[in-house]
Write a protein of this length. Structure first.
Length: 259
């Protein structure tokens, strides 16, 4: 089976594929100081919960927005899985031309999302990723990564609000009961959910005006399910999009090596 690992700033999402089928997937908090041995222990325990062992994993790939963790994951694979773990970045074949001023600036997770989305729709698309930041990544009808937009994420904004305003409490992101709130907690909830939904719709609307109305819009990321139901311009939500993109990129590199 293929192990795919998406290391985000807040959470790490990993899964195992048997061919094109995602068999299992897990999330855990990203700890920037984790060593290869600690990552190996975490992976072993997660596999054991599903009756699996290291020997079930025959290949792997990782993308990371935390630079210091990419070599730790690679080291973990060398030590415990007995195979190399490629890191998405320069030198890894993605099959997608990058039309940025500096292609090395593109976050690995953003490129992986773009690859997966284009493979799915076969045309122009925008991926909205609700992670630590909210990112918007644009792909042309010809499958070129055009660039994108980055804005502060939902959790960052809520943390800033509670830190800078001492009397405002932390909230859970559950659907608001009404637009006009009757309590402070509900007022924050309405502001966050409807505010971010309006932001997303506004930015996506501008992108569609530039890219064309036929452009497909796909959302992903851990907080997508909290915000997307209140958006009007997102057609599809796929929390597993990044994992599928990693599978595709691994397959393209594996095919090139064996050509």
């Amino acid at each position: 089976m293929l192990l795919v690992v998406d290391v985000g700033n807040t959470q790490t999402h990993l899964g195992t594929f048997d061919g094109e089928e995602l068999v299992r997937h897990w999330r855990f908090a990203t700890v920037r100081e984790s060593t290869a041995d600690e990552l190996g222990a975490t992976l072993r325990n997660l596999l054991a919960l599903r009756g699996m062992t290291f020997s079930d994993l025959t290949a792997s790939i990782v993308s990371s927005t935390v630079p210091q963790l990419a070599p730790e994951w690679s080291g973990m694979a060398e030590r415990y899985l007995n195979h190399p773990m490629p890191v998405v970045g320069p030198g890894v074949r993605t099959g997608m031309p990058i039309r940025m001023d500096n292609p090395r600036e593109v976050g690995a997770d953003r490129l992986v999302n773009a690859v997966a989305a284009y493979e799915r729709v076969g045309g122009a698309c925008v991926v909205v990723d609700f992670g630590t930041a909210i990112t918007y990544d644009c792909v042309s009808p010809d499958g070129e990564y055009l660039g994108g937009i980055i804005s502060p994420g939902v959790e960052i904004s809520m943390e800033a609000l509670t830190v800078r305003a001492a009397k405002l409490p932390k909230i859970d992101l559950v659907p608001p009961r009404a637009l006009i709130a009757k309590s402070t907690v509900e007022a924050i909830r309405v502001g966050v959910i409807y505010g971010f939904a309006a932001q997303v719709d506004g930015i996506v609307g501008r992108l569609l005006a530039e890219l064309g109305p036929e452009t497909r819009v796909i959302a992903t990321g851990g907080l997508a399910t909290a915000i997307v139901p209140f958006c009007g311009r997102i057609e599809e939500t796929d929390d597993l999009l990044t994992l599928d993109g990693l599978r595709l990129i691994w397959g393209r590199n594996h095919a090139a090596q064996n050509a």
